[in-house]
Each structure stands twice: as structure tokens, then as C-alpha cells.
Design a binder for this molecule. Structure first.
Ligand code: 2NL
Length: 358
């Protein structure tokens, strides 16, 4: 069957001539495609007698397979060649400098918390943590703030819905419940700081509904207010990186301490500029006192055997004072320009040996 041999020879020649994947695809369409030469011959089988069709059909199928195989072989070769060329053309220069990537910043709250923790850790305090969602006992009752005590209203508490037993969870209004939990679970000596988020239903120029506190607690047999003052003096000089910072106790009241004192530090305000250190003015940085006997009792400690001090500071306030951030509310605006200005690069990890800040 000459016609079949011709078609075969022609088809194989077309495949062999294709120099690119596009040309090969054209050759496939011209031979095995719907209107291709081999397919056209297939259509002519219909006009043959059954005997003729049997032999011609088998031969035609063999040609079809042969051409298909030739196309597959040619395709693999062309693809390999294309890949070789691409690899030769596209070289990666590993000596090029990296593309500048936008670098993140550590939020001043996180930085200042780390600084404060580093200072107290150096003095032998351990970091204690607890849940943001608390109950009445740990947030109020154990802290000598009984039901109907005006301090409960004062604290502007965020409450969750009432449970079947009438009790309701709340967002902790201070980090004191962490210390309550520590006293309930451990025997003295206790030396802890509790840094973390706190919540009060209050929002204006100087209050945000969520803010941060660090509280400290030391309980032992003879711990006294002198230890408290020494601890705070060591803290403020290291934190503000000033040789001498006067510390003053101003009588105050907290339900959970007796006696209680506000903690003021010396400063000067000349020409509208605030300077921490010796000066004519005082600045409040937190509250403190000796842990109230009722609090010790609520935590299973005998006040005739154990005593200790506690203190609390606001982290936002400390950050504003140290880094000159004028507006509290900007801490939580999530403004990237603000964060680029007031934030810290990740490698400036505060350590006492390396300097708290660079
Ligand atoms: C402030 C005042 C203070 C405490 C916190 C405390 C905790 C326990 C027992 C007794 Cl478990 N006291 N904490 C004591 C005095 C003051 O914080 O102005 N914070 C920003």
C-alpha cells in the first residue's frame, strides 16, 4: 500500500523537521490532528470492503502508533534542550546583596516590660504569670476587697455573663491575682514580679481599657519596708540610667497593704523639660506597702510568722517617662509610623551587662 507508506514517510519527516515545541505541535496537528493526513486516511476506511478494511485498519493503526511515538521522542528531546538553554541563560548571582526588607520593631511596651523584668530578675525575682480572665476571689476577695467594698466599683470592672451559680468571671483589674495564686501554691520565701495585661472600663485622655502593670511581691519572715525602699531605689536608678534618683514614700491607702505608700521619684522640670534624678520636683511612679494580714490569711499564710511587701507600677507610664512618649493612647493606635519612631530594633535586647538600651 504505497499511499500508506507515503503518508508515513511524510509524517515522520514533518516530525523530524520540527525544531521547536511549537513546530512539533504543528506537525502533530498536520498528521494525527482531526484534519491531519493520518486521520484523513482513517476516514477512508469506511468506503472499503470488510476484508480490505481489516488489513488496512491494522496497518493504519501501526502507522499512527509509530508517528505518535516519534512525536513523543521528539518532544522529550526538545524539552530537554529548552531546559538546558534556560539553565545556561538564567544564572543566580549569589554574591548580590539581599533585597532591603522592611524590618519590624519591638513595641515600646514590650521593650520596657523586658527592661523592667531584666532589672528585677538581676535582684533575684522570678517572673510569675496568670490568666487575664479571673474570678472574684483572686481579683478582689483575697485582696481584702470584700463584696460591696467601694473599691469594687472604683475598679470599673469588665464582667462576663452570670453563671448558673450566680458567679461571674471578670477581666483582671490588676496583676495582683497572680501573686495571690503564687502565695496559695507556694510557701515563702517568695520573690516574684507579675507583669501583664490588666483591664478597666475606663477610656479618656489618660486611660485605656487595656493597660499593663508590673507588680512585685516579697514574702519572708523578716521582710520590711526598708527592703521595699531599697528594692525600688535599685530599680529606678537602673531603669532610668541615672546615678542617683531620690525615692520618697507618701502615705496612702490600698485595701491590700498596711501601711500603704505612693512611690515618688525626684525630678526637675526646667524649661518644660522633665529630668529624672535630683531636683526640685517629685513624680509618682506607683504604689506599694506591706501586705495586709488579711491578704496573707486568705492565702493560707500565718501573719504572725510571715510578712512582706508589694508594689505596683504602670508600664505605659514608665515607657512614657523614659522614652518621652507624650500621649498614652498612641500606644494602641497600631500606627506603623509611630512604631518606626518609638519602636526598638529586634536585636536591641535589654540586658544589664550590655546596657538596657542602645
Ligand atoms: C499601683 C498600686 C499596688 C500592690 C499593688 C499587692 C499585691 C498583693 C498583696 C498586696 Cl498580692 N499588694 N499589690 C500593693 C500596693 C500597690 O499597686 O499604683 N499600681 C499601678
Amino acid at each position: 500500500m504505497d499511499q500508506l507508506d507515503n503518508i508515513r514517510a511524510e509524517a515522520l519527516a514533518q516530525v523530524a523537521q520540527a525544531q521547536s515545541l511549537e513546530a512539533l505541535e504543528a506537525a502533530r496537528v498536520a498528521t494525527l490532528g482531526k484534519k491531519g493526513s493520518v486521520s484523513a486516511l482513517m476516514a477512508s476506511l469506511g468506503k472499503m470492503s470488510p476484508d480490505e478494511r481489516k488489513t488496512a485498519g491494522a496497518q493504519l493503526n501501526a502507522v499512527k502508533d509509530q508517528v505518535a511515538e516519534a512525536i513523543a521522542t521528539a518532544k522529550a528531546a526538545l524539552e530537554a534542550k529548552a531546559l538546558e538553554e534556560k539553565l545556561a541563560r538564567e544564572r543566580v548571582d549569589v554574591t548580590l546583596p539581599v533585597r532591603p526588607e522592611s524590618q519590624g520593631r519591638i513595641h515600646p511596651i514590650a521593650q520596657v516590660m523586658d527592661e523592667m523584668v531584666a532589672i528585677f530578675a538581676q535582684m533575684g525575682f522570678e517572673v510569675a504569670e496568670g490568666p487575664d480572665i479571673e474570678d472574684d476571689f483572686h481579683n478582689f476577695t483575697a485582696l481584702n476587697i470584700p463584696a460591696e467594698h467601694p473599691a469594687r466599683q472604683m475598679h470599673d470592672t469588665f464582667y462576663f455573663g452570670e453563671k448558673d451559680d450566680g458567679s461571674r468571671h471578670l477581666l483582671r483589674t490588676h496583676t495582683s491575682p497572680v501573686q495571690i495564686r503564687t502565695m496559695l501554691a507556694n510557701k515563702p520565701p517568695i520573690r516574684i514580679i507579675a507583669p501583664g495585661r490588666t483591664y478597666r472600663c475606663d477610656s479618656d485622655m489618660t486611660h485605656t481599657p487595656m493597660f499593663h502593670q508590673i507588680e512585685g511581691l516579697v514574702i519572708d519572715k523578716t521582710t520590711h519596708m526598708g527592703h521595699l525602699k531599697g528594692t525600688l531605689m535599685e530599680f529606678v536608678t537602673t531603669f532610668f540610667e541615672v546615678d542617683e534618683v531620690p525615692v520618697r514614700f507618701r502615705p496612702s491607702f490600698f485595701p491590700f497593704t498596711e501601711p500603704s505608700a505612693e512611690v515618688d521619684i525626684g525630678c526637675s522640670r526646667e524649661g518644660g523639660e522633665l529630668r529624672i534624678g535630683k531636683g526640685a520636683s517629685w513624680l509618682e511612679i506607683g504604689g506599694s506597702g506591706m501586705v495586709h494580714p488579711n491578704v496573707l490569711r486568705a492565702c493560707g499564710l500565718d501573719p504572725d510568722e510571715y510578712q512582706g511587701f508589694a508594689f505596683g507600677m504602670g508600664v505605659e507610664r514608665m515607657a512614657m517617662l523614659k522614652y518621652g512618649i507624650p500621649d498614652l493612647r498612641t500606644f494602641f493606635d497600631s500606627d506603623l509610623r509611630w512604631l518606626k519612631h518609638y519602636g526598638f530594633v529586634p536585636l536591641d535586647v535589654p540586658t544589664l551587662s550590655g546596657g538596657l538600651t542602645r
